[in-house]
Design a protein around this ligand. Sequence first.
Ligand code: HEC
Length: 120
Amino acid sequence: MRQFSTILGAAILAASLSPVIAADAEHGKVLFEACAACHQDKPDALGPSLKGVVGRKSAALDDFRYSNPMKRANLVWDEANLREYITDPQAKVRGNRMPFDGMHDPKDVDDLIAYIKTYK
Ligand code: HEC
């Protein structure tokens, strides 16, 4: 019994020390459906296309009419900025026009960003 719990303890320790559990892009793809309601590759879509958005400057698409706050934000959509914006859009870019109040589970946000990175 004693030996068993030692092994169990070691397994739990190993699991908790393993590098951050990889973000799950498959799950992110499912989550992205909430974004795709607005972010589509159509001229009349409510939101700008997010294809290739990782590494892109904010408000960079010519065919989308961004709000002034978004035009002034002057961000590069790297992972850190995306994470903050997705978690709380109004905190990150105050006054921007995205009608989405944020995704609050950090694991969901990681999964979503893992998917967005593959969305090109
Ligand atoms: C109800 C519609 C809607 C939903 C849902 C939505 N967005 Fe948006 N999004 C917008 C609009 C509109 C803008 C432009 C905001 C502005 O110009 O102020 C925007 C802008 C953005 C931008 C900036 C793009 C750029 O070119 O600078 C990112 C990044 C973004 N959204 C990500 C997301 C993600 C990720 C989700 C899902 C978690 C999401 N959005 C859900 C409507 C939406």
